[in-house]
Write a protein that binds this ligand. Structure first.
Ligand SMILES: Cc1ncc(COP(=O)(O)O)c(C=O)c1O
Length: 418
């Protein structure tokens, strides 16, 4: 019989295999200081492009004050217990009402985390005869949810309407055969890696051919898209067609928690059946108060979103003018596509960090195909034109070195904290 622990340490997984050289630098880096566009990494100040603090709320003085006062007033313990048993409060319900109104929906339910919240909501929504049709590039929280549900699931090629319709018809045929069950389509408002918006309007139009309910994870659209910041549905003029709208508070809200909004009857169903909330302590009061404050700021100060877009467009247009491939983004998420191996990518990142003092994230094989590198830059409302200019210069110079083969090496640099 094999020992489980022995097996695990034979293979630490796709990223873990590099940990002895990468830990603390390429993986698990520590950014220190106040959250902002300049933070310290290993003692050096860097321009940071890695934080989903889109609207710059993380360190806004009113937010910090609300967080601090709520923590002083309630501590981290309150309320004790799960919402259903003893952990409910007027403020939890107020936040739900305000989020529902912000999303033009009847009701909303709070969740403690986005990842576990959406997983558990999908689990609550889908019975064994239901079929889920979903985009191939959905976030891990959706993919992982689909591992749990007992019914069938059909994946369609990313944002491919023809394939989506094909999978819907497959689902319909299966349901007709079963003579029971319905279809839930799951996609995203903005795909967080490539930054392209889900084709929500076109997908919703398919309801005329095959009836289904539409669930949208709009983690990156909330606060960043749409006239009022309500997200990708508002941006595309199809918010009413989204049956269930989901977002985490981990990005524009710069906080913790998540919510799902939709028809009162269905949100109530979820409220009484979502296991991640029924069997877990409710969102602590400081988060509820802090999130109320953030939402009030998002509603009353469109300047955050305007600055975010000003910076995003300056960065994206600057990259395009310099000949960079930023793919199909139509959100503020800014990927830069390059070609190179894992070793080259890590040497390039080191150069960008150590010599240009710029901190951003990279994605390499095996997360994406071999030979490709994706840099992922997240502009925020707080970045300055000077920071954007320095970043454009750094990328131009390092890309020239990459193309000249100057980063070629057989090993990733050993930068681990020893
Ligand atoms: C699209 C998407 N959905 C869900 C989540 C998970 O949210 P949370 O961080 O609140 O668990 C994330 C990442 O934060 C995300 O990018």
């Amino acid at each position: 019989m094999a020992d489980i622990f022995e097996r695990l340490i034979q293979n630490y997984g796709p990223i873990g295999q590099y940990r002895e050289r990468a830990h603390g630098y390429f993986a698990f880096p520590k950014l220190e200081g106040e959250i902002g566009t300049k933070m310290k990494f290993r003692g050096q100040e860097m321009i940071v492009w890695s934080l989903n603090n889109y609207l710059g709320l993380a360190n806004h003085p009113e937010v910090r004050k609300a967080d601090a006062e709520a923590t002083a007033q309630y501590g981290l313990a309150a309320p004790m217990g799960a919402r259903m048993m003893s952990g409910n409060s007027d403020l939890h319900e107020q936040l739900e009402k305000e989020l529902a109104a912000f999303e033009f929906k009847e009701d909303a339910i709070l969740m403690n985390y986005g990842y576990q919240g959406i997983m558990s909501a999908i689990d609550a929504l889908c019975g064994r005869h239901d079929v889920v049709v979903y985009d191939a590039e959905c976030h891990a929280c959706i993919i992982d949810a689909l591992r749990m549900i007992p019914g069938h699931r059909f994946v369609y090629k990313h944002n491919d309407l023809v394939d989506c319709e094909k999978q819907l018809l497959r689902a319909q045929t299966l349901i007709d055969k079963q003579a029971v069950g319905g279809i839930l389509v799951i996609t995203e408002g903005v795909f967080g890696m490539a930054g392209d918006q889900g084709k929500l309007k076109e997908i919703a139009a398919l309801k005329k051919k095959v009836p289904f309910r539409l669930l949208v994870d709009d983690a990156h659209g909330f606060g960043t898209l749409g006239k009022t910041g309500a997200g990708a549905g508002e941006e595309q003029g199809c918010q009413d067609e989204i049956d269930l709208y989901f977002s985490t508070f981990a990005k524009s809200m710069a906080s913790i928690g998540a919510f799902m909004a939709g028809p009162r009857t269905i949100i109530d169903y979820i409220r009484y059946n979502i296991r991640s909330q029924i069997f877990a302590k409710s969102l602590p009061m400081p988060y509820v108060v802090g999130n109320l404050k953030r939402l009030a700021l998002i509603r009353s100060k469109p300047a955050f979103k305007e600055n975010l877009w000003k910076n995003a467009l300056a960065l994206q247009n600057g990259l395009k003018e310099k000949g960079f491939d930023i793919g199909k983004t139509d959100s503020v998420v800014t990927p830069i596509y390059m070609k190179g191996g894992v070793e080259e990518a890590t040497a390039m990142v080191m150069d960008i960090r150590e010599n240009y003092k710029i901190f951003c994230s990279i994605v390499v094989y095996p997360v994406i195909p071999k030979g490709h590198i994706i840099y992922r830059l997240i502009p925020t409302a707080e970045h300055t034109q000077a920071e954007i200019d320095l970043t454009l210069k750094a990328f131009s110079e390092t890309k020239a070195k990459l193309d000249a083969g100057l980063y070629k090496s057989d090993l990733i640099p050993d930068m681990a904290n020893k």
